[in-house]
Design a protein around this ligand. Structure first.
Ligand SMILES: O=P(O)(O)OC[C@H]1O[C@H](O[C@H]2O[C@H](CO)[C@@H](O)[C@H](O)[C@H]2O)[C@H](O)[C@@H](O)[C@@H]1O
Ligand SMILES: O=c1ccn([C@@H]2O[C@H](COP(=O)(O)OP(=O)(O)O)[C@@H](O)[C@H]2O)c(=O)[nH]1
Length: 476
């Protein structure tokens, strides 16, 4: 792995499991494609010229092909942390996504084998070696997400041994539940102590921050809470809420593109006379897709007069397809989709279009722009950037955002959206009806409130506010 910058100036080093590019093997050759998901979208606003992003490329790469992959990643300020296939599988699927992910989303813990915990620890060590070798004295280091809970403390130990002084930040993109959820996990103390190796720890909402601080207080005896800080091992660790957002300009520019304008016209003519509802979610049980389908089924049952006048376009981005829960979910959602279409489609129209793959950014913005309602029903969601992306594309139509009250985004966007509760299918149906029948003045007012928020809380502002706090830990 080579250093991208040779100027000697302090840089920002980002460490996350997911790189902005995923490496795919096609016909024996490696190809890099943009990654999906909100972590990558949130970091798009990074305006620091000097940064290097270290992460797992998404699959095992044959050593003889690594130079070529490194070359392609370097163009995007990225570098790969290569992992053996079995180790990566046990770390990513086995522990991060099968054990940590449900707990972080307020679900009871599952039983696990020691192998996956060992793999988790080992991968964090490999990251610690890569990042500490790459870092120079004075660089800022920003670690992201639950795949790397142990990394901050491992890094701190290594950097200290190497005589490098680098502030370490950590941002959690998921929710953080109350301490009770952690009790079934034998390693909760290791995980908390790992994160506490950071100087600054960031969360999407005050609730997650409060839960983290309380968990440290209850589960670790050696922590003292002082306002926004935790005194831990004679250091003051700052905890904060940093509101993540989107790169609004990227959406505005794309909407002005001639090809996208043509696509919008095409879609508007295709759906003429219909209200379009858009849903965009990774195919993840936390996104409440089965609940959404049930709510929509009831909506169509209760309003048969609307079934020819409405279409839900649901994009389900494939995600974590090696984990059993995700495979089961795929089957469940497909079944519900089939039932709704089977019951409500007519020879000349269908009330549901289900797209189970990623779509291009151009198609995504065009779909956002032509939709009258955006329908997001997460059971739990760290933030949900799709909500903000929809708002950014609605200057002409003033569509309505129906948003789960369990998405982190609801704590900022409640004033302009219709909040819903995914555990009540009848409630979801009512929220949809409210959104579809809202008068224009109400829609304009709500959109304007949401737009004000989304345009003033961008991804650029998020990275800046976090990094400004981290800079304060730089030793002069
Ligand atoms: O990397 P994957 O396993 O393919 O999953 C994609 C990402 O999912 C999660 O995203 C979260 O981050 C978003 C931005 O902060 C937030 O809006 C959303 O609520 C979260 O679910 C995960 O936390 C990332 O690490 C993944 O890369
Ligand atoms: O085919 C698609 C459609 C959407 N997205 C993006 O995936 C992200 C989803 O982020 P969100 O915060 O809503 O949830 P996450 O998937 O990170 O849990 C958004 O930026 C979407 O634009 C994507 O990568 N591929």
């Amino acid at each position: 792995m080579g250093s991208v910058n040779s100027s000697g100036e302090p840089r920002l080093i980002i460490a996350s499991n997911r790189l902005p590019l995923s490496v795919k093997k096609i016909d024996g050759k490696y190809d890099v494609t943009p990654s999906s998901g909100g972590l990558v979208s949130a970091l798009r606003g990074l305006k620091t010229a000097e940064f290097l992003w270290l992460g797992w490329p998404g699959l095992a790469v044959d050593p003889s092909h690594r130079d070529r992959v490194d070359e392609q990643l370097a163009k995007e300020h990225a570098a790969a942390v290569y992992l053996d296939e079995d180790l990566a599988k046990d770390h990513y699927n086995g522990f991060s996504n099968a054990i940590l992910w449900p707990i972080l989303h307020y679900q009871a813990g599952k039983s696990m084998t020691p192998t996956v915990w060992e793999a988790y620890r080992r991968v964090n060590e490999i990251f610690a070696d890569s990042v500490s070798n790459e870092a120079r004295d004075g660089d800022l280091i920003w670690v992201h997400d639950y795949h790397l809970f142990l990394l901050p403390q491992m890094l701190r130990d290594r950097l200290q041994a190497q005589g490098k002084r680098c502030p370490i930040g950590f941002f959690l993109h998921t929710p953080f539940p109350a301490d009770d959820y952690w009790r079934g996990l034998p390693f909760e103390e290791d995980l908390l102590q790992g994160v506490l190796g950071s100087d600054v720890i960031g969360f999407h909402t005050d609730e997650y921050k409060k839960n983290f601080v309380a968990s440290c207080d209850v589960l670790l005896g050696s922590v003292q809470v002082i306002n926004d800080h935790l005194r831990y091992k004679d250091r003051m660790v700052k905890t904060g809420r940093y509101i993540a957002g989107i790169d609004v300009g990227r959406f505005t520019r794309t909407l002005e593109d001639r090809k996208v304008q043509a696509r919008i016209k095409e879609l508007e003519s295709l759906y003429k006379g219909k209200k379009v509802i858009i849903g965009v979610d990774r195919l993840d049980y936390t996104k409440g897709l089965t609940e959404k389908m049930e709510g929509y089924r009831i909506f169509l049952d209760e309003h048969p007069e609307l079934r020819d006048k409405v279409i839900l376009v649901q994009i389900a981005i494939p995600s974590r397809e090696d984990v059993k829960e995700y495979q089961d979910l795929e089957g469940e959602v497909s079944k519900s989709v089939g039932q709704i279409i089977g019951k409500h489609a007519t020879p000349h129209s269908t009330p549901l279009l289900y797209i189970h793959r990623s779509v291009s950014f151009e198609d995504l913005t065009a779909l956002y722009a032509i939709s009258d309602v955006c329908f997001l029903t997460s059971r739990r969601d760290g933030l949900n950037l799709v909500a903000s992306e929809y708002v950014a594309c609605q200057d002409r139509r003033h569509g309505v955002l129906v948003l789960s009250k369990f998405a982190g985004a609801a704590s900022f966007l409640s004033h302009g959206s219709v909040l819903c509760n995914p555990s009540s299918a009848e409630g979801l149906s009512e929220s949809l009806h409210q959104a579809m029948t809202m008068d224009e003045e109400d829609r304009i007012n709500r959109h304007s409130a949401l737009r004000d928020f989304v345009t003033t809380h961008t991804s650029e502002k998020w990275t800046k506010s976090f990094l400004d706090d981290l800079e304060k830990y730089r030793v002069q």
